[in-house]
Design a protein around this ligand. Structure first.
Ligand SMILES: [Zn+2]
Ligand SMILES: [Zn+2]
Length: 426
C-alpha cells in the first residue's frame, strides 16, 4: 500500500471539495470542470459534450434545470469556454493510450448527488469536518463525491505509472446515475464497443468499513416513467359533462398499476412515487402528472411490468377521454459479473492490507445503471464486474449518510490500482 499513500491527501481534499458543491443529475458542471481540467493536465485524451452520449438514450434531462445549473456554475467562476465545449452535457471519458499492445480496460466513476438536505450539526461527519454541503437541498448522500475523487486519484496514478502499463485505459466519469438516467446514453455511444475489461465500484451498501462485497449477480432491471395527462376544464357544478378529468385518469391508472399480476419467474416491484393533479376545487382537473417506476429480476420481467403499466396508463386515458404523454426517464438492467473478473477482484482485495473480509454480495433489491455499461461490454464478449468497498454509513440517500473517507476510499483505491495492474500491467 506504501506507494499509494502519496495519492491519498489530494483524493480526500478533492472529495471534500466536491462534498461542499453537490450537483444533481445532469447538472454536474462544476464537478465536470474539475474532472476535465485535472485529467487534461495529466495528459489524458478527453471525450466530452454530446460526443460522450447517444442523445436519444440520454434520459431524464430537464432543460430548465440544466440551464439554471449552468448559470450557477458561471456565477461560481466556471470557465465559460469549457462550458461551451460541454454543449450542455456533463461527464467526461478520459482515455490513456500507453502505445503498447494490450487490452482496453474501462472503469466507471459516477458524479451526481441526491436531493436531500444534509444534517448541519454534530451528528454529521461532514459538518464536524467543515465540508458539509453549501447547496441548499442537495447532498452527496450516496458517496459519488468519493467515487469522482477516487477516479481522479486513479488518473494521477496511471500517469505516474504509465511506463509499467500496456493497452488502453478508459475512465468513465458518468453523470446522472441517480434515477438511472446517465449510463444509457454512454452505453449506446459506441465508446465502450472496444472494451475488453470493465470494472465498476461503489462505496457503502451492505459491506462495512474494511469489507468488500463482489456483485457476482444482482440488481433489478428497471424503467423510470413520467406520465402527463391533459383533460378539458369545465365548471364542476354547472357543466361537468363538458370537462375531461385528468385527475381521475391518473388515479385509475395508479390503482391498476399497483395491482399488476406478479411474474412467476422472478422478483418484481412497482411504485407510483408522485401524483400531482388539478387546478381548483370547482374546476374539472385538466392536468395530472405522475412519476413511477417498474422493476424486475431481469430485462424480460421488467419489460413485462413496463408493458402492463403502459397499457393501463393508455387505457385510463382512453376511459376518461384525456390526452396522455409518456416519457421514459431512466433505465438500468440486472448484472451478472463474469466469474474470472470476480476472481480477479477477490484476489486483489484479499491482498489489500486493511480489507479484512471479502464476500460475494448478491443484492436483489436495488438498481444501478452501471449495469447498462456492463451489459454493453459483455454483449461483444468483454468481461465485467461490479463491487462495493464498505463504509459505516447510516443509510444511503439519507441526511446523515457518511463514508469515513480517509479510511474507506484508500481501500477502494487500492483495489482499483491492483485490478489495473492485473489487466494492463506489463
Ligand atoms: Zn444512490
Ligand atoms: Zn450511488
Amino acid at each position: 500500500m506504501n506507494d499509494l499513500s502519496a495519492y491519498i491527501p489530494e483524493m480526500i481534499e478533492t472529495r471534500r471539495y466536491l462534498h461542499r458543491i453537490p450537483e444533481i443529475a445532469w447538472t454536474e458542471f462544476l464537478t465536470s470542470e474539475l474532472v476535465i481540467k485535472r485529467v487534461r493536465e495529466l495528459g489524458f485524451k478527453t471525450i466530452i459534450g454530446k460526443a460522450l452520449f447517444n442523445e436519444e438514450y440520454a434520459y431524464g434531462r430537464e432543460d430548465d434545470v440544466i440551464e439554471k445549473a449552468q448559470k450557477r456554475a458561471l456565477s461560481m467562476g466556471m470557465d465559460p469556454k469549457l462550458l461551451e465545449e460541454m454543449q450542455g452535457y456533463t461527464g467526461c471519458m478520459a482515455i490513456w493510450e500507453t502505445g503498447r499492445d494490450g487490452p482496453v480496460t474501462a472503469f466507471r466513476f459516477d458524479m451526481d448527488c441526491i436531493a436531500v438536505e444534509e444534517n448541519h450539526d454534530e451528528t454529521n461527519e461532514a459538518f464536524v469536518g467543515g465540508f458539509d454541503s453549501t447547496f441548499p437541498g442537495l447532498m452527496h448522500a450516496c458517496g459519488h463525491d468519493g467515487h469522482t475523487a477516487m477516479g481522479l486519484a486513479f488518473a494521477r496514478w496511471i500517469k505516474d505509472h504509465a511506463d509499467s502499463l500496456k493497452g488502453t485505459i478508459k475512465l468513465v466519469f458518468q453523470p446522472a446515475e441517480e434515477g438511472t438516467k446517465g449510463a444509457s446514453g454512454i452505453a449506446e455511444s459506441g465508446l465502450l464497443d472496444d472494451v475488453d475489461y470493465f470494472i465498476g465500484g461503489h462505496v457503502g451498501m451492505d459491506p462495512k468499513l474494511h469489507e468488500l462485497g463482489i456483485i457476482t449477480k444482482g440488481f433489478l432491471s428497471t424503467t423510470k416513467i413520467n406520465v402527463s395527462y391533459t383533460g378539458k376544464p369545465a365548471h364542476a357544478g354547472a357543466a361537468g359533462q363538458e370537462g375531461r378529468n385528468a385527475l381521475m385518469a391518473a388515479c385509475s391508472a395508479s390503482m391498476q398499476i399497483m395491482g399488476i399480476a406478479r411474474h412467476g419467474q422472478g422478483n418484481t416491484a412497482v411504485n407510483i412515487g408522485t401524483l400531482h393533479a388539478g387546478e381548483g376545487r370547482n374546476v374539472v382537473p385538466v392536468h395530472a402528472k405522475m412519476e413511477l417506476e417498474v422493476r424486475g429480476a431481469n430485462d424480460q420481467i421488467c419489460k413485462y411490468m413496463q408493458e402492463r403499466a403502459l397499457k393501463m396508463i393508455k387505457g385510463s386515458a382512453e376511459s376518461y377521454d384525456v390526452g396522455c404523454d409518456i416519457k421514459i426517464m431512466g433505465r438500468a438492467t440486472n448484472v451478472v459479473s463474469d466469474p474470472e473478473m470476480c476472481d480477479l477482484i477477490r484476489e486483489v482485495a484479499t491482498a489489500v492490507p486493511g480489507i479484512n473480509r471479502v464476500f460475494d454480495y448478491d443484492t436483489i433489491t436495488s438498481s444501478e445503471d452501471c449495469s447498462l455499461l456492463i451489459q454493453k461490454v459483455q454483449s461483444h464478449g468483454g468481461k465485467a464486474v461490479f463491487f462495493y468497498y464498505g463504509c459505516n454509513h447510516n443509510g444511503h440517500h439519507k441526511s446523515d449518510f457518511e463514508i469515513q473517507d480517509t479510511e474507506s476510499l484508500p481501500l477502494g483505491f487500492a483495489v482499483f490500482v491492483g485490478a489495473l495492474k492485473k489487466t494492463n500491467g506489463q
